[in-house]
Design a protein around this ligand. Structure first.
Ligand SMILES: Nc1ncnc2c1ncn2[C@@H]1O[C@H](COP(=O)(O)OP(=O)(O)OP(=O)(O)O)[C@@H](O)[C@H]1O
Length: 352
């Protein structure tokens, strides 16, 4: 039985005779939540959306929406009966229809006056009411994406799927539009999944984020959980910056490294007494002039408010350190740092 509003259970999917491209994926989404699917190109994100929308049959597993079975190995409710809306990367607006007719396109079942009212509501919702009589070629990329969103929301779907909706937009616009879309979905209580390549988008927008690799879901968690408690090396490497240092977990919350003891709350306890590779994030490495841990700056990347330094400790370990950019150091400078890791993220040590 489904536990969540959208429940995807052990989903596997393949194209024709090809091997599976989505492998045993399970996740649940509560009503009104926005999830982001994140992962490298070709890892199966779009295929999951296609399976949920009904354009892709599934090999095994099941998909339930609001308690209703949409897909399993034997069942496939047709896309138009799923009550699922889609927004694509390229907007896919109909060029020969006005903006109003684009938005009203999926509303043929409504009476004319009701349809006009719904179109009007949707155009107001996305702040595009003044454009109703214009044509898609007269709109900017961001405006087109708003219309694509209005069109997908017009039939009042139970679930909205968005496949890289901002990828053709410049950084400033994608950020603004991202927040707009999130608040709009929250206001309307719409449950949604957004596929993205961009972890900043995923972190900023998703209530839940799924990280995928090679057709598998590596972790389904909050952004905080993915960053601070990645449950495998792939997620640790893929999410955020960081380096692995070698050490030994001597107690639950203590790892001894070549440059000293690091304390923090352990997120994987099974390594006590073992050699480990420990993840250290740049925000764990604080500038501390008096600290006995001395390190030489080997690289710097100015990021505006902060500078990301690559540093090498006297013990020969490489670390990253994020320092407010008011403190400016040159390559070759030796600085003091302290390691303040709230969480100890350790994995079984790999051969050097
Ligand atoms: N129509 C198809 N026929 C055969 N294989 C396909 C088809 N569409 C996608 N694939 C393959 O399925 C795998 C997953 O593709 P999918 O589009 O789901 O990945 P993705 O994570 O969305 O990638 P991207 O981020 O590049 O869009 C890839 O290896 C891809 O080559």
């Amino acid at each position: 039985m489904p536990d969540s509003f959208l429940q995807v259970n052990q989903l596997s999917a393949a194209y024709d005779q090809h091997e599976v491209v989505v492998n045993n994926v399970t996740f649940g989404l509560k009503e009104g939540e926005l999830a982001c699917l994140l992962g490298p190109s070709g890892c199966g994100k779009t295929t999951i959306l296609r399976a949920i929308s009904g354009f892709q049959s599934i090999r095994s597993g099941s998909i339930y929406l609001d308690g209703r079975l949409l897909s399993d190995a034997k069942t496939s409710v047709p896309p138009e009966r799923r009550n699922v809306g889609m927004v694509f990367q390229d907007h896919a607006l109909f060029p020969h229809l006005t903006i109003a007719n684009n938005v009203g396109f999926g509303l043929h079942q409504l009476a004319r006056s009701e349809r006009a009212q719904r179109v009007d509501d949707m155009l107001h919702l996305v702040g595009m009411a003044d454009y109703r009589n214009q044509y898609p070629h007269e709109l900017s990329g961001g405006q087109s994406q708003r219309i694509a969103l209005a069109r997908a929301l017009a039939p009042q779907p139970k679930l909205l799927l968005m496949d890289e909706p901002f990828s053709n937009l410049d950084t400033a616009l994608r950020e603004t539009l991202g927040y707009e879309v999130r608040s709009l979905l929250k206001e309307s209580g719409i449950t949604a999944i957004m596929v993205t390549h961009d972890q900043h988008d995923a972190f900023a927008l998703g209530d839940q984020v799924g990280v995928m690799a090679n057709g598998q879901l590596m972790q389904w968690d909050s952004s905080f959980g993915l960053y601070h408690a990645p449950n495998n090396r792939f997620v640790a490497n893929f999410i955020g910056d960081g380096v692995f240092v070698r050490g030994q977990m001597v107690e639950d919350n203590v790892v001894i490294t070549n440059f000293g003891e690091v304390r923090g709350e352990s997120v994987n306890h099974q390594h006590i007494g073992k050699d480990v590779d420990m993840l250290i994030r740049p925000d764990d490495v604080k500038y501390a002039p008096e600290s006995p841990i001395r390190a030489r700056v080997t690289r710097k990347a100015f990021k505006g408010a902060q500078t990301l330094y690559t540093i090498e400790t006297e013990s020969g370990d490489t670390l990253l350190s994020l320092v407010p950019s008011h403190d400016d150091y040159e390559i070759g400078d030796v600085i003091g740092v302290s390691i303040e890791a709230d969480h100890l993220v350790c994995f079984e040590q790999q051969p050097a």
